[in-house]
Design a protein around this ligand. Structure first.
Ligand code: SF4
Length: 336
């Protein structure tokens, strides 16, 4: 599979009255055609800002650094003019958000909202063809009474139905990449599973890549080929889904996995919260940003940012524990 998206040294900063918030710091990763990649981390770690940077949606006071490269199908979207960027958005790459009720226009019928996307990107199609496509797309997202749905307002639909409508709007132009930012967070667990299953079915039918952004590692296991773990604006671990779930390396990834509720245990073991909070990103720590919360922190961690090291061709992490000298020190101190 070819690379569809290549992010190289992408940094995004927000200039505020309290200082410069370094939301995304030198992030590099890629997404292949047809692949599902999940970006995981706590709220405020830079996930949504990363997604917005791909869509060219960083607005002032936010700024993408000059060194950043966001190459989509061979084109650096950071260099596109506003007009070309508008064409790219929705046609090549679409995004769905957490809260469909906020994202949909409450005063406009569903049909008009879906067809509007075709008006923008495929104006050559006739009115009848656009309507037919809208009905087909709603049916593909699992809405049985699609024709009736066209005439309804968002508030007349359930949360799950609204999210399906959002998916229909995002996919009606057959984009190469669908970005789903916490797509099921506001839904109950059964509907979450249905929506994610439907997204995977549509992915197979349409051959697109999916970039899922979530704080919940639980939903990732069923959908992702590759998982990227982000903390304080940086990628701390990246690997195939099975590598992240069965051989996690970074203490933050392990803590995230422990924070997923388990069914076969009771008491404290069932749900382990991660103590502490993300550092102040107007003044990020000099060394590893997880240092204050990490049970394995060493002196070197507070002083120097760990380099990225590979555990396999597909699995890499940034943690001083991967340095062979850390193993020796721990053995000397009787911790190994
Ligand atoms: Fe913990 Fe140090 Fe690894 Fe950071 S570099 S995660 S502080 S062991």
């Amino acid at each position: 599979m070819n690379d569809l998206l290549k992010m190289r040294h992408v940094s995004v900063a927000y200039h505020t009255y309290n200082g410069v918030v370094q939301s995304v710091r030198e992030v590099s990763f890629s997404i292949k055609e047809g692949q599902t990649v999940a970006l995981v981390g706590e709220s405020g770690c830079g996930k949504s800002v990363t997604a917005k940077s791909i869509m060219g949606l960083i607005k002032k006071p936010g700024q993408v650094s000059k060194e950043s490269e966001i190459i989509f199908a061979g084109t650096d979207i950071t260099k596109l003019s506003p007009a070309k960027l508008r064409k790219f958005r929705g046609k090549e790459c679409s995004m769905i958000f957490q809260d469909a009720l906020v994202s949909l226009n409450p005063t406009m019928k569903i049909g008009k909202q879906i067809i509007e996307s075709l008006d923008n990107h495929m104006p050559e199609l006739s009115k009848d063809v656009k309507r037919k496509r809208a009905i087909e797309m709603l049916q593909m997202t699992g809405i049985a009474d699609a024709e009736q749905c066209l005439g309804k307002y968002p508030h007349e639909l359930s949360g799950g139905m609204r999210q399906r409508v959002m998916i229909a709007i995002a996919l009606i132009t057959h984009p190469k990449l669908l970005i789903a930012d916490e797509p099921t967070t506001s839904l109950d667990v059964t509907i979450q599973a249905q929506i994610l299953k439907q997204m995977k079915i549509l992915q197979k039918q349409m051959g697109m890549a999916i970039f899922v952004i979530t704080h919940d590692l639980g939903i990732v296991a069923d959908v992702a080929d590759k998982v990227i773990v982000m903390y304080a604006g940086k990628i701390v671990e990246e690997g195939e889904c099975r590598e992240i779930f069965y051989q996690p390396i970074h203490p933050y990834t392990k803590a995230l996995l422990n924070s997923v509720p388990k069914l076969n245990v009771t008491g404290k073991q069932m749900l382990q919260a991660i103590d502490g909070s993300i550092p102040d990103m107007t003044n990020p720590p000099k060394g590893c940003a997880f240092c204050d919360r990490c049970p394995y922190a060493m002196k070197v961690c507070a002083k120097y940012i760990p380099e990225e090291r590979s555990a396999s061709d597909t699995h890499k992490a940034s943690c001083w524990l991967m340095d062979e000298r850390a193993g020796r020190r721990r053995a000397e101190n009787g911790k190994a």
